[in-house]
Write a protein that binds this ligand. Sequence first.
Ligand code: PLP
Length: 377
Amino acid sequence: MPTLSQRIQDLHASPIREILAVISKPGMISFAGGLPAPESFPELDLRAVPRDMLQYGASEGETALREQICLDLRKTGLHCDPSQVLVLSGSQQGIDLVGKLMVDNGTLLALENPTYLAALQVFRFFGARFASLDRQQPEALLKQADKPALCYVIPTFQNPTGYCYSQQEREVLAAACERQGVVLFEDDPYRDLVYDSCDRQPVCSLMQSGQWIYQGSFSKTIAPGLRLGYLVASKELLPYLTRLKQAADLHSNRVSQYLILQALQHPQRMQRITALQASYRSKRDEFAAALQQHLSEYAQWDLPKGGLFFWLKLRQHADTGKLLQQAIAKGVAFMPGEPFFHTHQGHSYLRLNFSHADAAQMRKGMQILQTVNWHML
Ligand SMILES: Cc1ncc(COP(=O)(O)O)c(C=O)c1O
């Protein structure tokens, strides 16, 4: 075995990748990944892509796309300049770049517990320590002597819980980061997948001063295979992130950038989003009814106001990691709760995705889940 770098020792395969490998088997019903419905993908005119998009491009991204992103963000309340936008090869890359920028071995990060498991994976890889943020009183953690360098949050339809912060919780968090000089990293890939009215103003837009990074994704509303997202950062941080991007991959796929810009400037764009929301809202409601019918004896949950997931807590303690093996053997996959926590808890939780399975698969999957031994410790 060659001598590998020290940090490789804390690099584990993402549990979701392993589950995704199982679910590609024919006949398997998946409630596991955060996959959009295949029928939601737009028609893309590949023949229209200009030939010069095949050339190398700018690390920051295409100018027209960066301008469009700024226009769209302005409508959410986040006012920025196109020069603050960095187009990413998926918003997952933003987490990697921010990890490189902010995390040394032992750096303390404040985050929600549970949180997005692939963010935990990246931050862990760079050697981070974690502390759980209490959204009722975030400042308690941010002002302690052992001060976090960064606060990573998903305030709008959180992954995995689906929780959406109230306006007051947003204001309290923005003020706490500002007062304590902690960099706020807001991850916002689900904001357009809204089914009931709720506060969605980016927390970063509520900061008058201080350092922040906001990121969004085109995966959930356009197509994840195009691998495109973006981040916007306060002016001091952006040059470092751009240099890290250059070192990582020079620039994001220009063909994808062209296609995404066409989708964003399409005259039917808003109708498409409204139709997507309506379709996911009815999927969510059907899923909730099926959950009620088949799993309410074993678990409880809140109806998510947006996003792609139900987060279930078992009524009686059991290890959902072990239950997953049983469910997979019967032909259904879900995400066990444990990998979303940094504190080795969460065995009694599971995350179910409602966007990908069709109605027949959803009903069949729920019937199968009901037959799993939910009391297995
Ligand atoms: C909270 C969160 N951040 C980032 C990502 C990465 O998304 P992408 O790289 O497809 O933009 C995901 C994907 O599910 C996510 O849930």
